[in-house]
Design a protein around this ligand. Sequence first.
Ligand SMILES: Cc1cc2nc3c(=O)[nH]c(=O)nc-3n(C[C@H](O)[C@H](O)[C@H](O)COP(=O)(O)OP(=O)(O)OC[C@H]3O[C@@H](n4cnc5c(N)ncnc54)[C@H](O)[C@@H]3O)c2cc1C
Length: 536
Amino acid sequence: MGTPFPNSKTLFLLSLRVLFTASSSSPSTAFANEALSQCLISHSQASQPITSAIYTPANSSYSTVLQSYIRNLRFNTSDTLKPTLVLTALHESHVQAAIVCAWKLSVQMKIRSGGHDFEGISYVSISSPFFILDMVNFRSVDIDIETETAWVQAGAILGEVYYRIAAKSKVHGFPAGVCPMVGIGGHISGGGYGNMMRKYGLSVDNIVDACIINVKGEILDRESMGEDLFWAIRGGGGASFGVIISYKVNLVRVPEMVTVFRIQRTGEQDATEVVYKWEQVAHRLHEDLFIRLVVDVVAGENSGEKTVRAKFIALFLGDAQRLLSMMSERFPELALQSSDCIEMSWVESTLYWTNFSIGTPVDTLLSRTPRGLTHLKRKSDYVEQIMSKDELRLLWKRMIELERPILTFNPYGGKMGEIPATKTPFPHRAGNLWKVQYATNWHEDGDKAARHNIELTRKLYGYMTPFVSKNPRAAFLNYRDLDLGVNHNGDESYEEGKVYGVKYFKGNFNRLVKIKTKVDPGNFFRNEQSIPVLPR
Ligand SMILES: Cc1cc2nc3c(=O)[nH]c(=O)nc-3n(C[C@H](O)[C@H](O)[C@H](O)COP(=O)(O)OP(=O)(O)OC[C@H]3O[C@@H](n4cnc5c(N)ncnc54)[C@H](O)[C@@H]3O)c2cc1C
């Protein structure tokens, strides 16, 4: 692989590669860390000092910096493989230095923005050694209401984007995820869905430009990167193609007042009937209305016995009166009352949707302090056919046996069915009724608890096999799931990549591979589930 960077110390640096292949307990580790730091320093510009952005294990803030964006406690243990260093880049030239040094020293570079990857692949690695390029300092959000666009940097979090838009306009928003702390870099490059997807599609459907640094260290915009690469980084996962610096997004129109509600029915209240109706109507309702269904297991109010609870959580882009008349006509089984409906601004609804109480100040969206971290496992599926009432009852029975895993169903239809499957790498469009998320959260530390809870999640996923998409059994990239396959980035890389790649990208996988082969033939940008290059 060629590199355009000036290279005054090639021989010295090449000789250091061998140090980085030593195990993390090797006596040469400290020397290797020092070599990487020195390389970064020698490849940075004097006008943009890099030293204060480098955190090696010798630095007292190393653990804090490393852990501050670990959002899954499963990967915050003493056994978790640690990076050689964390570089909290302050300037594009630091990103360029990171790329050149990672290449020269053969050390893997992981890219982290918000740290929400469900398998932690932005900050852990199955192959030692590695370091983290942390984009946390690239967090500007520049809104231009006149053109209804915004430039958003990779390290900004969704909450910041929502807050900054609302500070400029009451009638604009952006269609993205419901967790305000998720980072732009991973979220948008992996697709990005939220409760406005039936009206406006995914985040990637609303991107008009981007800034990326490629393997040669070149800073590219849409025009200079070309339409192929621009296509790939809108859902194909940024980390396979380069370092995303920012995206230019189209803002969307929202009414000054939206309506939300949250209604629940347990098994004792005949949840099955209402869920069955939800299956039939949720993907067919007006695109202004998004009703998410969450099913978990609780103690029944009457008997105290375990039962399922179906929670219907809605965002309606309109007022309560219009919502009520729509619901009484299309979904009377839910028996929505005006007392269930809460009108608020769109930005307030983003807080409501992440379970903040009503009246919470909107600047809470700027917070980067999580409200309680747990150990997480996620899996995903797509449903193309309605489940019968008997099938639903059987599913409830299985859920009650497993007790802990939670199911979330996100309805499709609307705009999601109109956008061609090849428009972006995200292929899950027309024909899907809803997306399933399997979620298990646990507080207990240790391998035993992790194995147990992961197994529960896999079992529920197993039970759903007859009811979900087949050939391939499709999955959502942003719900990263290493059960779908792992790439060791060796000789079998293409074959390994195909296993998970076809599930995440279906027919778009081949195009992603071709683009990858063109823009990064040496597979520099790689991880456990990156897009492979074509076999030689
Ligand atoms: C609590 C929670 C709620 C969520 N809710 C939603 C939701 O509503 N909708 C949805 O679509 N998803 C949701 N997700 C999934 C989330 O969108 C993905 O995990 C996303 O990849 C996270 O982005 P990040 O930058 O925070 O993560 P990171 O862990 O930093 O990165 C994730 C991946 O992107 C890569 N990456 C990160 N930054 C860059 C960059 N600058 N350049 C190139 N590659 C980069 C990483 O290397 C890694 O492969 C949720 C996740 C969590 C934990």
